[in-house]
Ligand binder design. Structure first.
Ligand code: MSP
Length: 518
């Protein structure tokens, strides 16, 4: 049975509308999913919503709704968002679904029976907004609290704890022995530094119902619900388990084995703020369950706009849907992946977006396709001449370099490489000057060569670009009049266009916006 390449995104809180940060992460994951499929892997791509916990309960209360109907209302909007981003996810999990709750309950029971939990009392400062107890370190020297914590109260509570602290040593060793576990390296070093420099406490995995009712009940103590992060992280295992994953079955989830094999996850794509949950809590939870660990947690940075934090209250936001409505889905997907490498923080500027659109999409790629098809139609009635290999090597290098970057999740570098080929082909037009060759009948054979190389590069570019810009790739393919179908990686081999093939007419891929009257 083939193990699928299993990748996930963080599941978003449903306490508001989706924004640029959410969109970015999902697009990054989608490009990786599509690239892996293109290169012949079976992929399982999961995304979804994190619906329990205090944030959601409070947001529902603020609107005077019960949490479930509040979530149901927003879930429609978020699922429409996933469609709008063109995501190729294979499933969409909502943590309020029975399939999820059943498995979380089973896992809680198992860990409880096997002695991983204990009940204890605790008194401390508690941030209502962030749903977390604070330590002395979080307090300002004058005894006040940073406004980011919101209301801070003194709270005394009995709760259930997960014996997390005892796992610290093996986790450090695991991180040391598996450099690929947290990427990029800077994030791995952060986690290692955190683990080495301080004791790892046990994790409180319950909330008293009296304070928070919106969660999965602890099956062994009805006075409590499960801590939202325990519930949320488990989603990565829930979905393959319920689908009959053989590995997850080995973790005794009681499912029937099918031909579905996804666990362990190959890639969790997450933002920098939630690395600790994914690189510390989650592997320890899995270790306690005896489950194999995910291969890689890929950590991306955060977007700002105009050098400032994204914030609804100050209006410093980028609405991905508005951008997509105005510029098209592919332009949005291109910009976010091209502008920001996976790791550092990024800065959205409308000018930056516009200039990449015009320079790289309209003038770069769009113009190349337009010229190639235009000239072939004009000089050869759209009929592909005999194959020529003048740009074959440039194309082959671009293909293999792009493949290597894609496998290493270096998506920005992959796009830079692809644009190397776009620029090479545009330069080739300048150097060979087919418009001059066309005026000289003795140059007919040379013109054939040039025209072949140009349309063939366009064909290969469609395949390379398909994971990033699926719609533009299909449009290129359609304009080349090639049969619709999956643009898989083997189609990057030089010589796919055959002599005598009739191409279609050029249509602008990315209309130049500065020329379009408002
Ligand atoms: N519900 C948790 C994740 C649970 S995963 C088991 C959560 N949700 S969230 O809605 O707050 O964030 C979802 C993802 O969006 C996180 O990976 C987060 O880092 C990412 N982003 C939120 N704001 C962002 C930016 N401004 N820029 C880039 N990504 C950002 O955390």
């Amino acid at each position: 049975m083939n193990k699928r390449f299993y990748l996930t995104t963080a599941i978003d809180y449903v306490n508001g509308a989706p924004h640029l940060g959410h969109a970015y992460e999902k697009v990054v994951a989608d490009v990786i999913a599509r690239a892996r499929r293109s290169m012949g892997e079976e992929v399982f791509f999961l995304t979804g919503l994190d619906e329990h916990g205090q944030k959601v309960q409070q947001a529902a209360e603020a609107e005077g709704k019960d949490p479930q109907s509040y979530c149901d209302g927003l879930a429609d909007q978020w699922q429409a968002f996933v469609q709008r981003l063109g995501l190729s996810n294979n499933d969409f999990i909502r943590t309020t679904e029975p399939r999820h709750k059943t498995i979380v309950t089973a896992l809680l029971n198992r860990l409880h029976q096997e002695g991983h939990f204990y009940k204890a009392g605790y008194e401390g400062w508690y941030s209502v907004k962030e749903e977390t107890f604070l330590t002395d370190k979080d307090q300002n020297p004058d005894g006040s609290w940073d406004p980011k914590w919101g209301e801070v109260i003194r709270l005394k509570e009995e709760n259930w704890y997960f014996r997390m602290g005892e796992h610290k040593d093996w986790l450090i060793q695991y991180l040391e022995e598996h450099p690929e576990f947290v990427q990029p390296t800077t994030r791995r070093n952060e986690i290692l530094g955190f683990l080495r420099s301080q004791p790892l406490g046990d994790l409180c995995i319950s909330r008293p119902r009296a304070r928070l009712s919106w969660g999965i009940p602890l099956p062994f103590d009805p006075e409590y619900v499960n801590y939202v992060w325990f519930d949320a992280l488990t989603n990565y295992l829930t979905v393959p388990a319920i689908r009959g994953d053989v590995q997850a079955k080995a973790v005794e989830l009681g499912q029937t084995a099918t031909d579905f094999s996804a666990w362990p996850a190959d890639l969790h794509v997450v933002g920098k703020d939630i690395v600790k949950f994914h690189a510390v809590y989650w592997p320890i939870m899995l270790k306690a369950l005896g489950a194999p660990l995910p291969k890689t947690v890929l950590v991306h940075g955060w977007w700002q706009k105009d050098g400032q934090k994204l914030s609804k209250s100050t209006g410093n936001v980028v609405d991905p849907i508005a951008v997509i409505n105005e510029w098209g889905l592919d332009a949005f997907r291109y910009y976010v992946v091209r502008e920001l490498a996976i790791g550092p923080d990024g800065n959205w500027t409308d000018d930056g977006f516009r200039s990449r659109y015009n320079a790289e999409l309209a003038n770069g790629l769009g113009n190349l396709l337009n010229r190639a098809l235009n000239m072939l139609n004009k000089y050869r009635s759209g009929i592909v001449p005999a194959p020529s290999r003048e740009l074959a090597e440039d194309a082959a290098t671009a293909v293999s370099t792009t493949a290597a970057y894609l496998k290493a999740n270096e998506l920005q570098e992959a796009l830079v490489t692809i644009w190397g080929l776009v620029n090479r082909a545009n330069l080739y037009v300048e150097q060979t000057a087919p418009f001059r060759l066309a005026k000289d009948p003795t140059q007919a054979a040379r013109l054939d060569e040039v025209l072949y190389n140009l349309v063939e590069v366009c064909r290969i570019l469609a395949v390379l670009l398909a994971p990033f810009m699926p719609q533009a790739a299909e449009k290129i393919w359609a304009q080349l009049n090639l049969p619709a179908g999956d643009l898989r990686w083997p189609l990057t081999a030089w010589g796919g266009l055959k002599a005598g093939h009739q191409v279609g007419a050029p249509q602008p891929l990315f209309p130049r916006k500065d020329l379009v009257p408002k």
